[in-house]
Design a protein. Structure first.
Length: 293
């Protein structure tokens, strides 16, 4: 780039006054103005790379790349970061910096509410719903991610897109509560859980990638904190949540129209919307208005 920086690109094409390239770092198509590209340095780098290919093949067995890729099935390999390949095995994986961690399945426990059952028996009323709770034993997971932008990959055995939800656990009684289910005598079920908004797309056949819009989640937490601290009126709370829902819906529609990706213009607009709503949340929490008692 003319400003002295560089972008790692797997391939690129010039379309008018724009350059469209596949970002190795972000595993996505991006666009920049052609006027920002240092073409002399770009062509020189391409020529240098071509001349180094022969020498690279002779040294490859002693390099760090060989150690990372020696067991990789070439037909199934997927480079998600420079020199970082998704394991060939089926499973669920988390990206933590420069590491790929295999997520192990935990045993969830389904427990019937004894208190609710006693209430049903004493009252003799079947209209009182049964209550079941899904939880994971223990207050903390064995594997904990520290990144602010968690990213997950799933490679299912049948290559079909799985049904996937990301839930926020609530620690209670030494366990992590995932979901409460009310069972009515009519057969109807009412599920209560805190779902986190995720984005899904397919970087390769049979591989599914999930990321969390952390800014949206942070804004939801700020709205919830403002509600808990009596900083938001009912009208403010309703409007802010509607703004978040509209932003999420727009992002989902944009991604669905482009194989799970956002154009540079869509990313810019999304960032503007999030900035605008962030300012509105701040103003609403600091305007000294109180909810009606």
């Amino acid at each position: 780039m003319l400003d002295g920086t560089f972008q790692l690109a797997r391939e690129y094409s010039v379309e008018g006054d724009r350059v469209r390239y596949w970002s190795v770092e972000r595993s996505d198509w991006e666009e920049i103005p052609a006027s920002l590209v240092d073409w002399d340095a770009t062509h020189k780098a391409e020529a240098d790379k071509a001349s180094q290919d022969t020498a690279l093949k002779a040294r490859i067995h002693q390099s760090e790349i060989v150690q990372r890729t020696k067991d990789i099935d070439v037909d199934r390999s997927l480079e998600i970061k420079p020199g970082l390949f998704l394991p060939d095995d089926n499973g669920f994986f988390a990206l933590e910096g420069k590491l790929i961690l295999t997520m192990k399945q935990s045993d969830a426990v389904l427990k019937m509410s004894a208190e609710r059952e006693v209430e049903r028996i004493l009252s003799g009323m079947q209209v009182i719903p049964q209550k079941q709770t899904f939880s994971i034993p223990g207050p903390r997971a064995k594997l904990r991610l520290t990144t602010n932008e968690p990213e997950f990959f799933m490679r299912p055995a049948d290559e079909r897109e799985p049904r996937f939800r990301l839930l926020r656990a609530q620690v209670k009684g030494g366990n992590r509560i995932l979901e409460n289910v009310n069972l009515y005598f009519t057969g109807q079920e009412q599920h209560k859980a805190t779902n986190l908004d995720i984005q899904t797309w397919t970087p390769a056949t049979g591989v599914f990638r999930y990321t969390i819009n952390q800014r949206l989640e942070n804004q939801k937490d700020r709205i919830q904190a403002g509600t808990k601290d009596d900083q938001l009126t009912k009208g403010e709370r309703t409007q802010l949540r509607a703004n978040d829902a509209a932003i999420h819906a727009r992002e989902r529609v944009d991604r669905q129209a482009n194989d799970g990706k956002l154009t540079q213009g869509e990313k810019t607009q999304l960032n503007r919307d999030l900035n605008r709503n962030s300012r509105q949340i701040y103003r609403a929490r600091h305007n000294n208005r109180k909810p009606k008692a």
